[in-house]
Write a protein that binds this ligand. Structure first.
Ligand code: AMP
Ligand code: MG
Length: 487
């Protein structure tokens, strides 16, 4: 039932792992719809063994669970050997259209890559990942998906003793920029070629006929990453740890550590407690992704068959093009969220003025677009948008642009409803849920807020006449300014 094409790659791509030894694994959350959504044939996880399989306590016979090797630039510093230190790839599931999906456990215990770590994951971060990834999927942003959270029955030591958990996730793949860096650091060109061919075969088979498939591979990964960052930014998402080991070659959002969504708009917002210099700030995500892509290009250099000069020229030209397109597309997305469809210098300026206004007045990023939509519908705005001179100016220009476009009002409103979620995984609500779950040494998911939140995160475009409490920005005493990796 579970094959593993990755485990068929050479031995030094991974190491084998042992079954976990948790005392009392219990299903805390299970994503019933996921297999249906991914079009994967139902698996025969028997109920009595589900929690054992999804915690790593029991290996399905004839499978080859492994920990994958990778390196990575962490906050700009290269670490040649990271790897799955608290995770394992159980194997791959196949969709009805023959697409492979990794079934991967996080928090399942120590591996050969654990270094000093305990190999464990606390319940809190597992819940954060489950909630945020469900939302990401619901707004159409490529992401790893969460299949389950299993509590292990054991307490683990973080700042205090907290319940341990294992998150099972499903992804198109777990190969990272750091996987390429692992082999490049060892000057293992053969492995780089095997890995590149594996990625082409599995994720981008259309590149097989390309003239220079390895360069095309870099190009397609670059475009996927840029698209992904733009999608994040249009919903106010800050990943928090865009290290090269957290950048997936399949173009999915991966590794929800200290990630968070902005409440009020702040262009250089940082949540992660350890990101002291704002390397991964909201508006630095484009720069960083290009930096990461430059690292990937370096690793692939031996496969491109270009002289060093030519390589440098080509890559800097491509990166420059991407850089220009990111910011232009960001403002384009904002203008579309405002209901406009034609992008021009004047709509770009309008988007910039709008963001400047939100930032100056510290207004909620998500609800401000909902309010614009309500104004168009002649409904009372939820927030009292501050009707100062800047707003009046923006409002006038916005109306002029809408008139210019001469579209039916209903089609403008329809566009806004499709592009602007009204429910987002607000940080203070996630923290509240995590706190409730962490209080109990034997937690269960009998937690109304958790299920209610999950329900709305799965239908984030819902419109409500009165603001639902889960849509509300935090009150001053509820604001959570720091997030932690929770490792
Ligand atoms: P992350 O911050 O989750 O992206 O992890 C970065 C690196 O640290 C990866 O190699 C992880 O496997 C490793 N790591 C994180 N937490 C632990 C842990 N508790 N035990 C062992 N390794 C860990
Ligand atoms: Mg990681």
């Amino acid at each position: 039932m579970l094959n593993s094409s990755y485990a068929k790659l050479p031995d030094h791509f991974y190491c084998h792992v042992q079954q976990s030894q948790f005392s009392d694994p219990k299903i805390f959350l299970y994503n019933e719809e996921l297999f249906d959504q991914l079009d994967i044939a139902p698996t025969d996880f028997k109920n009595e063994t589900k929690s054992s399989i999804l915690s790593g306590n029991f290996f399905i016979p004839n499978t080859t669970p492994i920990a994958m090797a990778y390196a990575g630039h962490q906050f700009g510093h290269f670490v040649p050997s990271l790897g799955d230190g608290r995770a394992m790839l159980l194997g791959e599931l196949q969709s009805r259209k023959n697409v492979l999906y990794d079934l991967h456990l996080k928090g399942s215990g120590r591996t050969c890559f654990s270094r000093g770590g305990d190999g464990k994951c606390a319940l809190g971060p597992a819940l954060r990942e489950y909630l945020v990834s469900e939302f990401m999927h619901a707004v159409g942003i490529p992401t790893t998906r969460s299949l389950s959270v299993v509590t292990t029955g054991d307490l683990i030591h973080r700042d205090s003793n907290v319940p341990g958990a294992v998150l099972a996730r499903i992804a198109r793949g777990h190969i990272r920029i750091g996987t390429f860096q692992y082999f490049a650091a060892r000057q293992d060109v053969t492995a780089l070629k095997i890995l590149s061919n594996y990625c082409i075969e599995r994720f981008y088979p259309e590149l097989k006929v390309s003239e220079n498939p390895f360069f095309s591979l870099w190009n397609i990964i670059a475009q996927k990453q840029v698209d992904l960052i733009l999608q994040w930014m249009s919903v106010g998402f800050i990943h928090g740890v865009l290290n090269t080991d957290n950048i997936s070659i399949s173009g999915e959002t991966i590794d929800y550590g200290p990630c968070a969504f902005m409440d009020n708009y702040q262009s250089n917002k940082v949540f992660s407690f350890i990101d002291k210099n704002g390397r991964y700030a909201f508006n630095n995500q484009p720069n960083i992704i290009l930096w990461n892509l430059a690292q990937l290009a370096q690793t692939l250099f031996p496969l491109f068959h270009l002289t060093e000069d030519h390589f440098n020229q080509v890559i800097s030209h491509e990166l420059q093009k991407l850089h220009e397109s990111i910011w232009d597309n960001f403002y384009k997305n904002i203008s579309q969220k405002m209901g406009l469809s034609l992008y021009s210098q004047s709509t770009k300026n309008l988007a910039i003025s709008w963001l400047t206004y939100l930032e100056t007045e510290q207004l909620d990023f998500t609800l401000s677009f909902i309010d614009l939509e309500r104004i168009l519908e002649n409904k009372n705005p939820h927030l009292i948008l501050k009707e100062n001179e800047s707003f009046k100016n923006i409002f006038r220009l916005w109306n002029e642009e809408l008139e210019n476009e001469q579209r039916e009002k209903q089609s403008v409103i329809k566009q806004m409803r499709l592009l602007n979620p009204s429910f987002i995984p607000r940080n203070h609500t996630i923290e509240k849920i995590i706190k409730i779950a962490g209080l109990d040494s034997n937690p269960t998911s009998e937690n109304d807020v958790l299920h209610e939140f999950l329900k709305y995160l799965r239908m984030p475009y819902l419109r409500t006449d009165k603001l639902h409490p889960l849509q509300q920005p935090p009150l001053p005493h509820e604001v959570v300014s720091n997030t932690f990796c929770g490792t």
